[in-house]
Design a protein around this ligand. Sequence first.
Ligand code: URA
Length: 224
Amino acid sequence: MPPTPQRPLFEDQEPETEPTAEDGWGAAVPQNPAAALAVVQEEVSECVRCSELARTRTQTVFGVGSPQARLCFLGEAPGADEDRQGEPFVGRAGQLLTKIIEACTLRREEVYILNTLKCRPPGNRNPAPLESENCREFLDRQLAIIQPEYICCLGAVAAKALLQIDGALGKMRGRFFRYRGAAVICTYHPAYLLRNPSAKRDVWEDMKMLMQEMGIDVETGQRS
Ligand code: URA
């Protein structure tokens, strides 16, 4: 059994995302999640819904990690390195994310990493609302296949896109939200940490809260 949380799991959530008895993924986990993801990935690779992104991308950036992950990390959109390599979080921010994952005694291969957008916005601008809307179906299909127990939103753009909430990231931290079958935590984006290293302490607090909820002891790596 995971340890008892120190605070109620779902505090002060906006009515749209308040947990209900019907909350959940709405369907069974597919028999072969890797194959189901490959089908969506193929569709994503041919997507031209956002004409500017389809024209300017090198390739789409789908997601990486275990199709049966308990935990997904959700970022904003691919950057230049990700656009080149076709994998999320491989640049400097990605290397920091890998360190955060490893500090939690997890491996990159056992979580799943994905973005709200599958194409790089030119010049690394924020995703436009219509782009997020266009890509939402793919994000939801990925999550419905993986059915993670936990989602960690990296930065306010990811948090707002997933949960349809507004406000500063600092106000979203320190509590769990619910998105379908997953408990969701929001923390600072690793790119923000590169510019503001003092916020690393806050991210570590968030990760410890998440690991405690997942039944993972970050000191010993023991899982309950
Ligand atoms: N920032 C993101 O939000 N996602 C990536 O994949 C890389 C950087």
